[in-house]
Write a protein that binds this ligand. Structure first.
Ligand code: OFO
Length: 164
């Protein structure tokens, strides 16, 4: 049986993963509104991944006999600015999530909750990948800039995500 402390922390993380899905969906719509269909597609796939991250934690929580306590999902700000700003905000958000996952991992360790620790290992690894991928996009965007033809090339490349 999972502890009340761990259950609360996992429920909070589930809400945060759902918020991430909501945030990336809003960013996707923002990019689509600027006709950047590729960046919009990439962010839509990212949003779906975040929903899957939440679902994976729900399954774990229930498997441990815990109680799912869903809370309202905060509405993201919809004024994201240019494409570079969108992806800088994505990277900043992922870094925040990494901090939260690390704190959860520490909690599991402190509680000697080995099952949570093992499950959270997947999220620790996932955050390394997420930060690396988004960091790469930010680097490419800084290299090409917000204006000019190269950003449309990048847009078409980004649009391949989830379509292979
Ligand atoms: Fe769930 O990894 Fe991004 O936020």
């Amino acid at each position: 049986m999972i502890s009340r402390t761990m259950q609360d922390a996992l429920n909070a993380q589930i809400n945060l993963e759902q918020y991430s899905a909501q945030l990336y969906l809003a960013m996707s719509a923002h990019c689509a509104g600027k006709s950047f269909k590729g960046f919009a597609q990439w962010l839509k796939v990212q949003s779906a991944e975040e929903t899957a991250h939440a679902a994976k934690l729900v399954t774990f929580l229930l498997d441990r006999g815990g109680q799912l306590e869903l809370k309202p999902i905060a509405a993201p700000n919809d004024d994201f600015g240019g494409i570079i700003k969108v992806f800088e905000q994505t990277l900043a958000h992922e870094k925040t999530i990494t901090g939260r996952i690390n704190a959860l991992f520490e909690l599991a360790r402190a509680e000697k909750d080995y099952a949570s620790e093992i499950t959270l290992q997947w999220y620790v690894t996932e955050q390394v990948e997420e930060e690396a991928h988004v960091g790469e996009v930010v680097d490419h965007l800084h290299a090409v800039g917000d204006q000019g033809g190269a950003i449309w090339y990048l847009d078409s490349k980004m649009g391949k995500r989830g379509k292979a």
